[in-house]
Design a protein around this ligand. Sequence first.
Ligand code: 3SL
Length: 246
Amino acid sequence: MEDLSKPSFEVILTPALIPLYDLKGKTAIIIDILRATSSMCVAFEYGVRNIIPVSHVEDAIIHRKSGLKAAAERDGQKVDGFDFGNSPFDFMIDDLNGQSLVMTTTNGTKAIHLSSKAEKMYIGSFLNLQAVADKIITENKPVVAICSGWKDRFNLEDALFAGALASQVSHVFDLNDDSTIAAIALWNTAQSNLEAFMKNASHAQRFERLGIDRDIQFCLQQSIYPFVPEVANGMIKIDAETGNNI
Ligand code: 3SL
């Protein structure tokens, strides 16, 4: 039964469903486990100062021409002419320390732009799961976990993360929404062997075809980073000194 004394926690299972939800006054957690939000966390871990998420390759080209480093991915592959694709391993370099990075990906950066009506927006991945859970518990505001999916379709990995996050905060939030209940059930089924469960996922199979399946193993690690990147004014940032949002 709905518990109105607790803030709500909802899951939006694909970006196509975003228009059906009221994001006003809520905190959106943007989820693209494979790989955009995981790779963003890696970039911050390696010292990136901020990330400018753009929806279109053309916009990324304009930023790149003005001198910024730029990452672009379409259909799982690096777009020709860019500095980086979307693998977390692309960002494990010292060159990016203190730099701004422009990023466009098939689904993740699109989900960010579609969620602009939310009051706050955070970047969530398994890599910073605990930090995201701690932050939303502390803030105690209604949350919408937004799965980036694949070209507007449902995907397993983003729903699994939504379920993991919901389970972690279940004592504080009202989890009465059907999508949240489904995401938790999925997480409960998969959590004891996440990697094996993920073998069936369409995106995992896509990665296997592209020969980049080591990215999956990396992105499924839990809570190795203590910070929560925040999207505000068209930019994603963390506080480099404290690892907290600014
Ligand atoms: O769509 C996205 O945002 C990407 O994360 C997709 S991929 O992992 O680079 O294939």
